[in-house]
Design a binder for this molecule. Structure first.
Ligand code: F6P
Length: 550
């Protein structure tokens, strides 16, 4: 399937005209149209998604749906779910959606029932997780393993750490996960502080098992482990088999590293790294929250997958949200998109989304190799509310850039704190409700003056309003709801990629820097010829390092 140039479609021209004449004027829109909030609020699974404070009306929604049809979002979605090789630059199927299909489903791809394969691995992960959690699987001295150290980077880290943090209330008491990702030696140093070698389980998570950071950190952890055992006078024989497991698609490399493939959990090259938290890459999470909760997490993804496949475009939440992002990027000049969870548990969610969205859609050529025809790939960023309010919301409210923002909140708190009768969650939610209201409706000069403000500072205190926001609410942050949120953003990312004609599943842009980092090591180690061959800026930087390294 060749990419359709969205900019040459009828719908694009229509959208351009609609965007040009669109005035958000939320005060007027809501005042004159009491049904607006209800009409532009949609449901997907447990997620209630209010788009009424977005730049949307009936005509824009119809044009967005028309554009999605003209660029064949539905056909490409179906091709993805069916296992066609839509990742063309790597000639691979894209089947993260198969990772969460129920065991009763079947999907034969390239001659293999991938759903059966997924459930065979899941059964092994669940059995292993149960053994670790119950204490049946012990360390070399017979102690239960209670500190789980996941060593991985990118998709082999961001998903597990984000989900572990998000689902802390579900973590088995006494079990702690730590995550080592950065090749900066301080990461290993700090994360291993206080770890007891007798009760640690290392999970080396790497799709390729060749990633420099992960393999280097795994070796550093293995050396630390041997030294820590020796310091306690414990022989190291057989210890690796008890304390190191692997998660990878490359079981040969796992064996080369010295981990018994019997202690490895596989996945497949049709799972992209940034789409892999629901594969064996989630093993640390499965141990921490247990198989039942992990299964609920997967079921949550599946709920949104079904919504994406089965719901008409006019009510299809990921599709509409993806199309709105295209609208903001291509017709309103938005370069960034904020994601603002009103949940401290979701504090790593924006970082997780950065890889998902930007490694997927930060591309300048289309899947047929031709240049993209419009701006692609917004910068996604964010912090949990209310912390963000006291940091960067100033710019969203009163700056000169348009920043669409997704606000996420939950009706039920995990800690129902009440101080003197004041429910703290209600105070928190007050901020969530207030921010989207303030961003939409602003504050006029007259309102500022009416407060008795000195004329010279009236303009500084005016809030222009008309800033677009999406409000996502769910009853509570459960494993299922977290899965639903992740799948929502996966499919938003997919939809945007189809409009832009992008292969959202490769990541060639990370390769050059990786290769150069390895090629530079001789120069950094002091090889004069290698240093002389560098460009003047790089040479001077390395010289600075040599002059200051003690
Ligand atoms: O950063 C590039 C990348 O390939 C990511 O896509 C991936 O998630 C990460 O490196 C880690 O890769 P691996 O799981 O193979 O170690």
């Amino acid at each position: 399937m060749n990419p359709v140039d969205a900019t040459r479609t009828e719908a694009w021209k229509g959208l351009a005209a609609l965007a040009k004449q669109f005035s958000p004027n939320f005060r007027e829109r809501f005042a004159s149209d009491p049904g607006r909030a209800a009409r532009f609020t949609f449901t997907a699974g447990d997620l209630r998604v209010d788009l009424s404070k977005d730049y949307i009306d009936e005509e824009i929604l119809a044009a967005l749906v028309k554009l999605a049809k003209e660029v064949h979002v539905a056909q490409r979605r179906d091709a993805m779910f069916a296992g066609e090789h839509i990742n063309v630059t790597e000639d691979r199927a894209v089947l993260h959606t198969a990772l969460r299909r129920p065991a009763t489903d079947h999907l034969v791809v390239d001659g293999q029932d991938v759903v059966a394969d997924v459930h065979a691995v899941l059964a092994r992960i669940y059995a292993f997780a149960d053994k670790v959690r119950s204490g049946e699987w012990t360390g070399v001295t017979g102690k239960p393993l209670t500190t789980i150290v996941n060593i991985g980077i990118g998709g082999s880290d961001l998903g597990p750490v984000m989900a572990y943090e998000a689902l802390k209330p579900y973590v088995k008491p006494g079990v702690e996960c730590r995550f080592i990702s950065n090749i900066d030696p301080t990461d290993v140093g700090e994360k291993l502080k206080g770890v007891d070698p007798e009760s640690v389980l290392f999970i080396v998570a790497s799709k390729t098992f060749t990633t420099l950071e992960t393999i280097t950190n795994a070796k550093a952890c293995r050396s630390w482990f041997f030294e820590a055992l020796a310091a306690k006078g414990i022989p190291a024989d057989g210890a690796v088999a008890k304390h190191f497991i692997a998660v990878s698609t490359n079981l040969e490399k796992v064996a080369e590293f010295g981990i018994d493939p019997a202690n490895a959990f596989g996945f497949w090259n049709w799972v992209g790294g940034r789409y892999s938290v629901d594969s064996a890459v989630g093993t640390s999470l499965a141990i921490a929250i247990g198989p039942k909760n992990f299964a609920d997490f997967l079921a949550g993804f599946h709920t949104i997958d079904q919504h994406f496949v089965q719901t008409a475009p006019e009510k299809n939440v990921p599709l509409i949200m993806g199309m709105l992002n295209v609208l903001y990027t291509n017709f309103f000049g938005a370069a960034t998109h904020a994601v603002l969870p009103y949940s401290q548990y979701l504090h790593r969610f924006p970082a997780y989304l950065q890889q998902l969205t930007m490694e997927s859609n930060g591309k300048r050529v289309r899947w047929d190799g031709t240049p993209v025809t419009t701006t692609t790939g917004e910068v996604f960023w964010g912090e949990p509310g209310t912390n963000g309010q006291h940091a960067f919301y100033q710019l969203i409210h009163q700056g000169t850039q348009l920043i669409p923002a997704d606000f996420i909140a939950f009706a039920n708190p995990t800690y129902p704190l009440k101080d003197g009768g004041q429910d703290q969650h209600e105070l928190f939610l007050g901020n969530f409700f207030a921010q989207t209201k303030a961003l939409a409706f602003g504050k006029t000069a007259e309102e500022v003056r009416a407060e008795g403000t000195r004329e010279e500072i009236v303009s500084a205190r005016v809030f222009p309003g008309n800033k677009p926001t999406t409000s996502i609410m769910a009853p509570a942050l459960t494993p299922s709801v977290l899965g639903q949120l992740i799948a929502l953003y996966e499919h938003i990312t997919f939809t945007e990629g189809v409009v832009w004609g992008i292969d959202s599943f490769d990541q060639w842009g990370v390769e050059l820097g990786k290769q150069m980092a390895v090629a530079l090591t001789p120069a950094i180690a002091g090889d004069r010829d290698a240093l002389a061959a560098q460009d003047p800026s790089t040479r001077a930087l390395i010289d600075y390092y040599h002059a200051h390294r003690k």
